[in-house]
Ligand binder design. Structure first.
Ligand code: GLU
Length: 417
């Protein structure tokens, strides 16, 4: 479904709505609608069988008014320069709405990682970083994990950049392994933040997360952690899916057991038999109170938004609901906690990792989790207040805050020269 949704148009449409509310100057709007820098690289990798394959990769930096740019690197077959640009723009608003001193960036390589060996992925990563290293740096642009990448890939990025600099540059990337300058709590951070937002948002609509039924689409780093933590808070997780398909049981699914036994297995969670098998698309329409789309963009559109039964949607993924879907949800009174707020936990703990690395002074996990929760709760309250003040939806409220902070920084710094 994601192929049919043009995420860059979607991101620009969202910006245009916020710009109207802010009465943003046309020139300033145009600055914010364009990324400051797009780097497209084509690079060869010698595969295990000796053949040479050329890959296309990207690093897009959207805006650096508030600080160095920050954002993940995605390895996925559908990555392209426009999608990377949209994701970079969302990173700018995300960092601003939770008050981090960063601008937004995103990177990616068009690749289906399942088809390559670990050695090939390592070589691809090292060559990709070498091709883009002139725009990276601990004070310039700091990558992190995203779909298809993980702590090991971040370690290779850090090592490659460091080898070329001639010394260890710890702060050039976040999401590293904990014994290599990573932060405790980083792996779980996005899923943890999603759960905190689900709790907060549930309260505002008179719902109690611990008594609600939850569906999570996506069983990767974000979805599996969010599902596990919702279950820990007492919620009943009734539906789950991975890339292969979904399962549903109105009496609840044993999330921890599923994470332990089925994640990463070839047949995926569908191998669990005590549940109804549903497609990824059907899963979104099954009965529940809270829906957490934590897979990929463009999942909830004008085709299926009116069939979604959840009263609360918390966007774990980037861009899962289109602007058409937003309008349908606004009409039927479904609360959508937008991606730039809901999934900000990852970049918040990335910021903690960067700060800890720069100081070479590392924190305990409960300190990380407490600070994460505090930042997200404050941001939620600010967004909620803005939503009420402007009588708008939560996405637009988050954008109004994020876009305004970036616009103010741009105006205060002035346009060079
Ligand atoms: N890729 C994640 C995101 O979309 C994390 C970015 C980061 O930690 O810099 O927010």
């Amino acid at each position: 479904m994601s192929e049919h949704v043009d995420v860059l148009t979607m991101a620009r449409e969202q910006l245009a709505i916020a710009a109207r509310y802010l009465d943003l100057d046309e020139g300033l709007h145009s600055v914010l609608a364009h990324p400051m820098r797009k780097l497209v690289v084509n690079f060869p990798v010698v595969l295990d069988n000796g053949a040479v394959q050329v890959f296309e990769g990207y690093r897009v930096q959207h805006n650096s008014s508030r600080g160095p740019t920050k954002g993940g690197i995605r390895y996925h077959p559908s990555v392209d320069v426009d999608e990377t640009t949209a994701l970079a723009m969302w990173m700018t608003w995300k960092c601003a709405v939770v008050g981090l001193p960063y601008g937004g960036a995103k990177g990616g390589v068009k690749i289906d990682t399942k088809l390559y060996s670990r050695r090939e992925i390592e070589k691809l990563t090292r060559r990709f970083v070498t091709e883009i290293n002139m725009v990276l740096g601990e004070w310039r642009d700091i990558p992190a994990p995203d779909i298809g990448t993980n702590a090991q890939v971040m370690a290779w990025i850090m090592d490659t950049f460091s080898m070329q600099a001639g010394y260890t540059v710890n702060g050039v990337v976040t999401g590293k392994p904990v014994d290599l300058g990573g932060s405790k709590g980083r792996v779980e951070a996005t899923g943890r933040g999603v759960t905190v937002m689900a709790q907060q948002a549930a309260k505002t609509i008179g719902m109690d997360l611990s008594k609600s039924k939850v569906i999570v689409q996506g069983f990767g780093n974000v979805g599996s952690v969010a599902a596990r933590l919702c279950e820990e808070h007492g919620a009943t997780v009734v539906g789950l899916s991975d890339a292969i398909g979904g399962i549903y049981n109105e009496n609840g699914l044993p999330v921890s057991e599923l994470v332990h036994r089925y994640s990463g297995r070839e047949g995926g969670i569908r191998e669990y038999k005590d549940a109804q098998q549903v497609s990824n698309k059907e899963l979104l329409e099954m009965p529940c109170d809270v829906l957490i789309p934590a897979a990929i963009s463009g999942q909830v559109t004008k085709e299926n938004a009116d069939k979604v039964k959840a009263k609360l949607i918390v966007e774990g993924a980037n861009g899962p609901c289109t602007p058409d879907a937003d309008r349908i949800f606004a009409d039927k009174g479904t609360l959508v906690v937008p991606d730039i707020l809901a999934n900000a936990g990852g970049v918040i703990v990335s910021y903690f990792e960067w700060v800890q690395g720069l100081q070479s002074f590392f924190w305990e996990e409960n300190e990380v989790n407490d600070k994460l929760e505090r930042i997200m709760t404050t941001a939620f309250q600010e967004v909620e207040a803005t939503m009420r003040a402007h009588k708008t939806d939560m996405r637009n409220a988050a954008l109004i805050i994020g876009v305004k902070r970036v616009a103010d920084a741009t105006v205060k710094r002035g346009i060079f020269p």
